[in-house]
Ligand binder design. Structure first.
Ligand code: SAM
Length: 255
């Protein structure tokens, strides 16, 4: 119970931090207070990456999980990796999309032949490179909006996106799912999470966003219902098994 309550408090705090950081960048604008030229994406850079620009590891942990407690950050990374291992064949290739600083990649990579760490944010990728410098089989790639050009078609056994799709416009989340459908092997697995609008936690977050006028903030979380997820995943080319609690978790296979 206590763990569940902590998770709820963390989920709300995390959304608040991510939204706050992006709002700050938008308000600052190019050259404004706290802003610099990187606030505006140049051609080919995409519009999501610059919204996630933590100065250091501890800021990244706060954005990702609303914690500065390294032990907790690592413990959740280990637990998520353990859960994902069940979907990974021996010597398989995995792809962590929206990897952040490699919270999960660090613990899953030792069980893979290759693990792709993919993120839209150059800064997150830089911090991930640093954090994973002793993990030899990790490859890094940029996701430009919804494209991952460096990753070959039908090359990955397990693709996962944890706490990521909600931070894209819904239409972009759909396009990213189609891109993930491109890279996953036939018979491979996609593991994705969405915040459940039907839960008290995310209904509160949604109301809070609405009242604060967060619609202009491109990094805000979009909530989904399990029914929406059940419609969107097949439209992107996946058969999906869906479990809905506070988070919606979908384990999918290409159709
Ligand atoms: C809340 S963090 C989750 C990080 C990681 N999945 C984890 O669970 O530790 C969201 C991540 O998604 C990334 N992101 C946002 N938009 C993205 C996009 N269009 N493509 C890929 N990554 C994106 C952000 O840069 C950030 O690292």
């Amino acid at each position: 119970m206590l763990a569940a309550r902590r998770a709820v408090v963390r989920a709300l705090g995390r959304l608040e931090k991510a939204a706050g950081a992006a709002r700050h960048r938008l308000e600052a604008g190019p050259g404004g207070p706290g802003g610099d030229d990187r606030s505006v994406a140049g051609p080919g850079e995409g519009r999501y990456g610059q919204l996630w620009d933590p100065p250091a590891d501890s800021d990244a942990m706060a954005l990702i999980l609303n914690t500065t407690d390294t032990e907790e950050f690592e413990r959740t990374g280990r637990a998520d990796a353990e859960r994902l291992r069940a979907f990974l064949p021996q010597d398989g290739t995995a792809l962590d999309v929206g990897c952040g600083i490699g919270r999960v990649a660090r613990y899953l990579a030792p069980h893979c032949a290759t693990l792709w760490s993919v993120d839209a944010s150059p800064r997150m990728l830089e911090l991930a490179r640093e954090r994973l410098r002793e993990v030899p089989n990790v490859r890094f790639a940029r996701c430009v909006d919804t494209d991952i050009p460096d990753v070959p078609t039908a090359s990955v056994d397990l693709v996962y996106a944890l706490l990521v799709l909600q931070h894209l416009e819904r239409e972009d989340a759909f396009l990213l799912l189609e891109e993930l459908r491109r890279v996953v092997k036939p018979g491979g697995t996609l593991f994705v999470t969405f915040p459940n609008l039907l839960s008290d936690t995310y209904l509160s977050a949604f109301l809070e966003y609405a009242r604060r006028g967060e619609t202009a903030n491109p990094a805000r979380a979009r909530m989904y219902t399990p029914q929406e997820v059940a419609r969107i995943l097949p439209a992107a080319g996946f058969d999906a098994d869906i479990e809905a609690d506070v988070e919606i978790v979908a384990v999918c296979h290409p159709r």
